[in-house]
Design a protein around this ligand. Structure first.
Ligand code: NAD
Length: 342
């Protein structure tokens, strides 16, 4: 049993506060008592700040993120800070678009939990950003229920709340239909659909309990709108993500939780999907040389423009921010003008 109900109670009393767990007791049996204690503390001091003991737990409450119970100066946001005071959890954040999106949310002022199965990649990011007040990492396998729950718990222990998620962990094994291996099909379903489902379900549980809304951004693809050739599993799962998000937007709207998708075009920079084997397969499919693949795809866009992870990050920041407060159930296509279906 976790201390989630306690943190949710704090959020309902003080929606803008950060709560860092400095010392957690055995949460299970102590839960009702802890929440009762919180209620009596809150009655006495409506503006809770500093270290408080609630039941067996010691919690540091602050208006800004802290690290190990100490107010340390976070690295300033380099853009304007539309996401200051928010906590975001991002999957697939060690590489490619997930890394770009997570860094974009961070630059926009959010505290960001970078999650991925790639532990070394996560460690390198934490070292590079060097901002323990606003950057934390957790190894999370999105296909594993317990792993996803533990990842969200890490964000809650660190900051006491979750305001935003971005689902980015994805794979794209591509084969002609008649050669498509069953295990690659099943892997795609597990990561691209089950992974998004588990991430969204965990976020919905937390956001509903907190009671002050939130935002979910699901990275789909232009292939979710218009299929690409010899890409059965990717087409199916990316279209599935779009419709899953629409359903969630409908289901969670009354709780103030907005759910939107981004449909990127082809993004090459930093992407491990676009590895040499994938580029070779794309070359074969198009009847061109491997070194012609990237210029070929850029040439398919109306803008003739190389789409960068930062372009996708900018869309995610908009969708997570209050500027998009009336936007839900939508697909924001960031493809330089390539598909014309929405
Ligand atoms: N690159 C593109 O052209 C493009 C275009 C449209 C959409 N997308 C979407 O963007 C997302 C990221 O793609 P990318 O090109 O950056 O790929 P990438 O391979 O560079 O990054 C994917 C990340 O997901 C992680 N991952 C894989 N399995 C995981 C699991 N079970 N649990 C947690 N993490 C896991 C990987 O370790 C990796 O860090 C995908 O959802 C993809 O569909 C990419």
């Amino acid at each position: 049993m976790s201390i989630r109900p306690l943190l949710a109670a704090i959020q309902r009393i003080q929606p803008a506060s950060f709560a860092e767990i400095i010392a957690a007791g055995n949460a299970g049996a102590a839960q009702p008592h802890a929440i009762h204690s919180l209620a009596s503390v809150a009655d006495l001091t409506p503006d809770l700040r500093g270290a408080i003991r609630v039941g067996e737990h010691t919690i540091f409450l602050s208006a800004t993120p802290t690290a190990n119970g100490k107010s340390i100066e976070p690295v300033p946001a380099t853009l304007s800070s539309p996401l200051a005071g928010q906590v975001a959890v991002v999957s697939g954040a060690a590489s490619g678009l997930g890394l770009g999106v997570a860094c974009g949310l961070y630059r926009a002022g959010a505290c960001v939990l970078f999650t991925d199965v790639d532990a070394a990649g996560l460690q390198a990011i934490a070292t590079r950003l060097a901002d323990p007040a606003r950057v934390h990492t957790a190894v999370v396998d999105v296909t594993n229920e317990a792993s996803v729950a533990a990842g969200f718990d890490a964000a809650l222990h660190r900051w006491g709340r979750v305001d935003c998620i971005a689902c980015c962990a994805g794979v794209a094994p591509a084969f002609p239909l008649e050669d498509f291996p069953l295990d690659k099909w099943e892997l795609s379903l597990r990561i691209n659909l089950t992974g998004y489902f588990l991430f969204g379900r965990e976020a919905a549980r937390i956001m509903k309990a907190q009671g002050h809304g939130g935002s979910m951004v699901l990275l789909s693809s232009k292939s979710g709108l218009e299929p690409s050739k010899a890409n059965t599993a990717y087409n199916a799962t990316k279209a599935g993500e779009l419709h899953m998000a629409r359903g969630w937007a409908l289901e969670l709207g009354r709780e103030g939780i907005r759910v939107n998708c981004i449909a990127p075009g082809n993004v090459f920079e930093g992407s491990k999907i676009w590895n040499p084997a994938y580029i070779a397969a794309a070359a074969k499919k198009k009847g061109i040389q491997p070194d012609e693949v990237i210029p070929y795809y850029i040439g398919l866009t109306a803008l003739n423009r190389d789409i960068k992870p930062d372009d996708i990050a900018n869309a995610a920041v908009f969708l997570a921010s209050d500027a998009a407060r009336c936007v839900t159930g939508q697909v924001l296509v960031v493809d330089g003008g390539q598909v014309w279906t929405r």
